[in-house]
Structures are given as structure tokens and as C-alpha cells.
Design a protein around this ligand. Structure first.
Ligand SMILES: Cc1ncc(COP(=O)(O)O)c(C=O)c1O
Length: 454
């Protein structure tokens, strides 16, 4: 009998995270003076224990038992073999996907939310602020804060807030407070609204609001949590790839030929891919493909440069692929992929030629999502549909060449709260938004006066 699910026993859950920074050190973040930032300067934003992880060059970092206890409620997640999709496509490829949609919030985001909430609690912090695009991260952090006993305030990108009203209710149910961004609560939000009262918002704007809200707590009891991009976030997500490696071995596969994940800030993709990057650096041949929307083509069309992580310029300068920190992406339904930058670790790997990024239009992605739902049965998040579109393209290529390639992709989340996007797709109301060259050039102008990475 074909077994469409490969489970890992609970006892085999990874007990350490893998830190790619040990094998591929990223360029250092810079402060306002253009010099490498002193990690202590981040203390108003993050607790010391997470700053330590952010700058760590240790290859393996132990996962504290109390974090494991929470992760074990849904981990190890299943690795699924997409037999039904393979049959539908008539491909000789063997397609596997790591199903992160089984977490309480419905995506990979709780893997780091739980860790971040726990470390903040250990440091004596009382509440966290954050941004959220699609709402997945805001709900994950609200869930995690409820588990460890912290308050949680979420600035949700306005267009997603309107597209996905039930994400707010989810956050509320877990005790989180959800505010549409740009808001009147912060100086950064008010400045944006003054210029554009109808601003749809962006992750870059929401990050500015959340950081400002954390650092302006007069009691100093609030810190900020980021759902992607930073080294420690990618670190926490490596449980995905470490489990997948063991599960592929159980399925009798020696290695994947291609690894695929959608990339917004890069965390689910890197969570799956980074443990394999170590093998590629050791000479293994694996194609590693981050996938982004053509409306927000950070890796495929934007330069590797120093830039701020947020619109207001409150964060350190990060060396990354970036569309420019003031870029407001078109309002595609994959809200979690609407970010101007990309994780420095992923950006450095792309620059080193270790990863081969790709971009797709949203129509092709929804078509892939619908095919996936009608074959494999799971309705994916609009972000995840980008990984599915790429996996299907690989499977078709394998059909043409007759090669039985092993395809592994990250199924980052379900779309049960994203049905408005599907409704718009079925109504024929969606279009592709390839980013016009002149918009890209204008938005890159903000990088001109910033330092350049080597
Ligand atoms: C389901 C899902 N997948 C992917 C992403 C993109 O984020 P990242 O690139 O950090 O994995 C998001 C972000 O909100 C998401 O909700």
C-alpha cells in the first residue's frame, strides 16, 4: 500500500536548532553611523537571550525543554507524499511536502512564536508587540503569548485586516489585541496617514509601528517580536528541515533533488532549506528554490544592499536583497509575501549562488492551489500556493525529461481563513501585477545614500 504520510516518532523531535550563520556568516548589521552595530544597542527592542542567538556563530543550539513541550503538541509535523497530485500530473517525480498547516495557528509561524515568547518571559518581559501581514504571524504570537503568560499587541497590515477579519478574532480569542496599520497610535502610523489617508499598509510600515510601540513603553516591560527575516527566527524554524531529513530517510530517499519554499521574509523556506544548505556546502547537489510573487520580486529583481527593515528606518541596516524600505507592494492576497526585504541569511545564500530564486504571478499560484486542493485535499494559504506552483513546474519538467526527481516543498500554511482570495479568484476579479521597471527604479532610489555590502 502507498503510504501518503510519513510520521516521525515524538521521541525523534530535533533537540537542537541548526544555525546556518556558523557555515555561511552574513554581513553584520550596521548602526546609524554606518559601523557594525553593538548588539547591546538592540536591548530596548529584544531581550538579551534572543540578541545572543541573533549574533551567535554556534552551529547547533539546544532547544529548551519547556519550548519542546509546547512544540510537541503538534510536532513532529507530517511529511506527506503527494501521490494524488503526482497521478494527476502524470509525472515520474516523487513529490513530498512538509505540512506545517497542522499547528494551532495553521502555519509554521508558531515554531518561532513559542520560542520568542518563552525567551522574553525568561527575561522578565511582560508583553510583546509585533506586525502581521496575512495574520498568520499575529495569531501565532497571540497563541504563544497565551501559553507562556505574556500580553500581545499586533499591528496588522490594513489590507489584510480588511481581507481576513477572522484572523483578528483568532488573535482576540488567544488574548491578543489586533490593530489595523497604519494606525493613529504611533508617530510612524500618523506620518503615513497624513501623506496617504487610504494607505493599504505594508509589513515595513507595521514593523515601524510595532517597534515604536515597544520602545516607547515608559516601564520598559515591552519588547518587539519579528515573525521572519532575522537570524534567530530562521534558526527556530530549522526544526522543519531537520525533521524532514529524518522523514525522507524513513521514506527511503537518500536526498531531495530540489527543495522549494515560498519566501516573504524567508523563514519557512529557510526552516526547510537551511539544514540542507550545510550539505550543499559539503558538495551535495540540491537545487534550492525560494519562490516569491512577481508583484514583490525581492530576490529575482532587487539588488543585494544595506537597507532598513522597516519604513521609518528604526531598525539597524541589514545586508539583504531589498526593493527599498519605502516600497509598498501591490495588494495581492499573499499578504505574508508583501515585504520589501529578505532574510540576510537567505540573501547571502542567493548571492553566493547556493539558491536559485523564482517569481510567479498570483493567477498561476491560485490555479496551482485549486489543483492541489482537488487532488491532495488541503486548501493552502495564498503564500503557500507559490511553493506549490513551483513544485508543479518541477514535476512537469520531470515528466518531459522522464527523470524521477525527488521534489520536497514547504507547505507553510492552510488557507481556511483566506477564502476571500479564492472567492475573488473564482469570480475572475484577480490580476497579475508584474512590477513595472519604473516603479522598481523609483523605489530603489532610497538605497543610493546607504552603505554598500562587500
Ligand atoms: C502561510 C504563510 N506562508 C509563508 C509566509 C511568509 O513568511 P516567511 O517567508 O517568513 O515564511 C507567511 C507569512 O505570513 C505565511 O503566513
Amino acid at each position: 500500500m502507498d503510504t501518503p504520510r510519513i510520521d516521525l516518532p515524538i521521541s525523534e523531535i530535533p533537540r537542537q536548532w541548526y544555525n546556518l550563520a556558523a557555515d555561511l556568516p552574513p554581513a553584520p548589521p550596521l548602526g546609524p553611523d554606518g559601523k557594525p552595530i553593538d548588539p547591546a544597542a538592540l536591548a530596548a527592542v529584544f531581550p538579551e537571550n534572543l540578541i545572543e542567538q541573533e549574533v551567535s556563530s554556534q552551529r547547533w543550539i539546544d532547544i529548551p525543554e519547556e519550548i519542546l513541550e509546547i512544540l510537541l503538541r503538534w510536532r513532529p509535523t507530517p511529511l506527506r507524499r503527494a501521490y494524488a497530485l503526482e497521478r494527476h500530473l502524470g509525472t515520474p517525480a516523487r513529490i513530498y511536502y512538509k505540512d506545517e498547516s497542522v499547528s494551532p495557528a495553521g502555519s509554521h509561524k508558531p515554531n518561532t512564536a513559542v520560542a520568542q515568547a518563552w525567551y522574553n518571559k525568561q527575561a522578565g518581559i511582560k508583553r510583546l508587540t509585533t506586525e502581521t501581514g496575512a495574520g498568520q504571524w499575529g495569531s501565532a504570537l497571540s497563541y504563544a503569548c497565551a501559553q507562556v503568560g505574556l500580553g500581545c499587541k499586533v499591528f496588522m497590515v490594513r489590507v489584510s485586516f480588511e481581507q481576513k477579519p477572522f484572523r483578528k478574532v483568532m488573535m482576540q480569542t488567544w488574548g491578543g489585541q489586533c490593530i489595523p496599520s497604519p494606525s493613529r497610535e504611533t508617530e510612524a502610523g500618523r506620518a503615513i496617514l497624513e501623506k496617504d489617508p487610504n494607505s493599504p499598509g505594508s509589513l515595513g510600515i507595521a514593523i515601524s509601528e510595532a517597534v515604536e510601540s515597544a520602545v516607547s513603553d515608559p516601564l520598559g516591560e515591552t519588547r518587539y517580536a519579528l515573525g521572519s527575516v532575522l537570524n534567530h527566527v530562521l534558526l527556530h524554524q530549522t526544526v522543519i528541515g531537520l525533521e524532514a531529513k529524518q522523514q525522507l530517510a524513513l521514506a527511503g530517499e537518500s536526498k531531495p533533488d530540489v527543495i522549494i519554499g515560498c519566501a516573504g521574509g524567508g523563514s519557512n523556506f529557510a526552516g526547510l532549506a537551511n539544514p540542507y544548505v550545510a550539505d550543499v556546502l559539503d558538495g551535495e547537489e540540491i537545487e534550492i528554490v525560494p519562490v516569491e510573487p512577481e508583484a514583490c520580486p525581492t530576490l529575482t529583481r532587487a539588488p543585494y544592499a544595506y537597507d532598513f527593515g522597516d519604513v521609518a528606518g528604526m531598525t539597524p541596516l541589514l545586508a539583504m536583497h531589498t526593493l527599498g524600505h519605502t516600497f509598498v507592494p501591490p495588494t495581492i492576497h499573499a499578504g505574508g509575501l508583501r515585504y520589501h526585504g529578505m532574510a540576510p541569511l537567505v540573501s547571502a545564500a542567493v548571492k553566493a549562488g547556493i539558491m536559485q530564486p523564482r517569481a510567479y504571478g498570483q493567477l498561476e499560484c491560485y490555479e496551482a492551489a485549486v489543483t492541489f486542493a482537488r487532488t491532495e485535499g488541503i486548501i493552502c494559504a495564498p503564500e503557500t500556493s507559490h511553493a506549490i506552483a513551483a513544485a508543479m513546474e518541477e514535476a512537469r519538467k520531470a515528466k518531459e525529461s522522464g527523470e524521477p526527481r525527488v521534489i520536497l516543498f514547504s507547505f507553510s500554511g492552510h488557507g481556511l481563513l483566506d477564502l476571500a482570495g479564492y472567492e475573488a479568484y473564482f469570480a475572475g476579479a484577480l490580476e497579475n501585477y508584474p512590477l513595472p521597471e519604473e516603479v522598481l527604479a523609483r523605489s530603489l532610489a532610497v538605497l543610493e545614500h546607504l552603505p554598500k555590502p562587500e
